[in-house]
Design a protein around this ligand. Structure first.
Ligand code: FA5
Length: 373
C-alpha cells in the first residue's frame, strides 16, 4: 500500500474508533471494540505489523503515521474507560449511602503493655516502697548459678524437677530467677533487699498453666534477725497490694534445696473462685509463691556468713499471677501474640477484680488433680 493510501486508511480507522467509542455504554463493550481495532488481528493492529513490507526510505514515515494513529486511538479508549470507572464508583457510593460526616471515624486500637509487664511494674512499685532494689540476671546461665550454688549438685534428684534447654556452649536457659540470688549476694553483700523479675525456661509439657517460657519474680531479703514472720508479712502485703484485697492463701511445706524450711504458698484460684477448673487442675488452688528461709549453704556460696545473717527468698510465678489478676484462663494466650490479651490491664485497672474475660483456648482441658507445679 502506498504511504498516502495508508494515511487515508488510518484516518478512517480513527474516525471509526471515535464513533464506536461514543456509542459503547459499558466496559465490556469497550473491551470488544478495542480488540476489534487495536488487537493483533484488529484493523489497526494488523497494519502495525506491515512496516517491514515498506521500502527502507519510506519506513520512517510509515512508522510515524502508524504510531501516531495507535497513540490517538489508545488515548481515546483510555479516556472512555476512565469515564466508565468514575461512573461505577459514583454508583457504588450511591449504593453505599451518602457520606455522613457526623459518624465517628474508625477507631485505632490503642497499644498496651503485656499483662505480665503490667503486673511486674506493679510489683516493682510495691517493693520499691519497701526499700527493695530491682535486679536482673542473664537468661543464659551457667550450671553453677542455676543449680550448684543453689545447693543442687549434679547428682541431686531435684534437678529432675527443673529440666531445661542445654546450649552448645555448656550453658543452659535458666529454669528460675533464683540464680540471681547468688549473683546479688556476690555483687553487693549483706544486707540485701531485692527483687528479680525475669524470664525463665523449662523443658516441659505445655498445658493451661504450664509454658516452656514464663516469668517469675524472685525476692530476697538478707539481714540480721530475719525470720519466717517477716517472710509471711511481706508475702501477704504483696498479694494484698497486687489484688487490692485480702486473697485467700494457704501455706504448706514445700521442698526446695535452697531454702530451709521451705513453703508453697498457694492462692485460691480466681478463675473459678476456688471451685476447681482447668487452670487450677481442679484443685481450687494455684501454686504461685514458693518461698522459704535461705539455706545456710546458699548463703555460704554467696560469700555470706550464715551464723551472722539470715534471710528469706521467694520465687513468685509472675505469669500465673497475671493470669489470676486479669482472669486469663490459659497460659498459652500469654506468648501467643493474641492481641486480646493486651486489653486486660486497661480494662481491669481498678481496685477490684470485676470478673473474668472469655479468653479460653479450646482443648485447654488438662487432666490430673494435683495443684499445678
Ligand atoms: C522455683 O522455681 C523456685 N526457684 C522458687 C523459689 C525461690 C522457692 C526462692 C523458694 C525460694 P517452682 O518450680 O515451684 O520454684 O516455680 C515457681 C513458680 O513459677 C511456680 O509457683 C509457678 O507459679 C511458676 N512456674 C513454674 N513452672 C512454670 C511453668 N512451666 N509455666 C508457668 N509458670 C511456672
Amino acid at each position: 500500500m502506498e504511504l498516502e493510501d495508508l494515511k487515508k486508511q488510518l484516518a478512517e480507522i480513527e474516525h471509526q474508533a471515535k464513533s464506536l467509542a461514543a456509542e459503547v455504554t459499558h466496559a465490556e463493550a469497550l473491551r470488544q471494540v478495542k480488540a476489534r481495532i487495536l488487537g493483533k488481528k484488529g484493523t489497526l493492529g494488523k497494519l502495525m505489523g506491515t512496516i517491514r513490507d515498506y521500502a527502507p526510505e519510506v519506513r520512517g514515515q510509515v512508522g510515524q503515521a502508524l504510531n501516531a494513529a495507535n497513540k490517538s486511538v489508545g488515548r481515546l479508549f483510555d479516556e472512555c474507560a476512565n469515564r466508565f470507572r468514575e461512573k461505577e464508583s459514583a454508583a457504588d457510593s450511591a449504593r453505599a449511602g451518602a457520606f455522613d460526616p457526623t459518624l465517628p471515624g474508625d477507631r485505632e486500637m490503642p497499644g498496651n503493655v503485656h499483662p505480665v509487664t503490667a503486673v511486674q511494674w506493679e510489683i516493682e512499685r510495691v517493693f520499691e516502697r519497701l526499700g527493695f532494689t530491682v535486679e536482673a540476671g542473664p537468661d543464659m546461665e551457667t550450671e553453677h548459678y542455676n543449680f550448684e550454688a543453689l545447693n543442687i549438685p549434679a547428682t541431686h534428684p531435684a534437678r529432675d524437677m527443673q529440666d531445661t534447654f542445654w546450649l552448645a556452649n555448656d550453658r543452659l536457659l535458666r529454669t528460675h530467677t533464683s540464680p540471681v540470688q547468688i549473683r546479688t549476694m556476690e555483687k553487693f553483700g549483706p544486707p540485701i533487699r531485692c527483687i528479680v523479675p525475669g524470664r525463665c525456661f523449662r523443658y516441659e509439657t505445655i498445658d493451661a498453666s504450664h509454658e516452656n517460657t514464663f516469668h517469675q519474680c524472685e525476692g530476697l531479703m538478707i539481714d540480721k534477725d530475719i525470720s519466717i514472720a517477716n517472710l509471711i508479712a511481706v508475702m501477704r502485703l504483696l498479694l494484698r497490694e497486687v489484688f487490692q484485697r485480702d486473697v485467700k492463701i494457704r501455706l504448706r511445706p514445700g521442698y526446695f534445696p535452697f531454702v530451709e524450711p521451705g513453703f508453697e504458698l498457694d492462692m485460691s484460684c480466681l478463675i473459678c473462685g476456688g471451685d476447681g477448673c482447668a487452670t487450677c487442675k481442679r484443685s481450687g488452688w494455684i501454686e504461685i509463691l514458693p518461698c522459704g528461709m535461705v539455706h545456710p549453704n546458699v548463703l555460704r556460696f554467696g560469700g555470706i556468713d550464715p551464723h551472722v545473717f539470715t534471710g528469706f527468698a521467694f520465687g513468685l510465678g509472675l505469669t500465673r499471677l497475671a493470669m489470676m489478676k486479669y482472669g486469663i484462663h490459659d497460659i498459652r494466650v500469654m506468648n501467643s501474640g493474641d492481641l486480646r490479651a493486651l486489653v486486660h490491664p486497661a480494662r481491669l485497672a481498678g481496685p477490684t477484680i470485676t470478673g473474668t474475660l472469655p479468653l479460653v483456648i479450646h482443648g485447654a482441658e488438662t487432666s490430673g488433680d494435683a495443684p499445678g507445679g
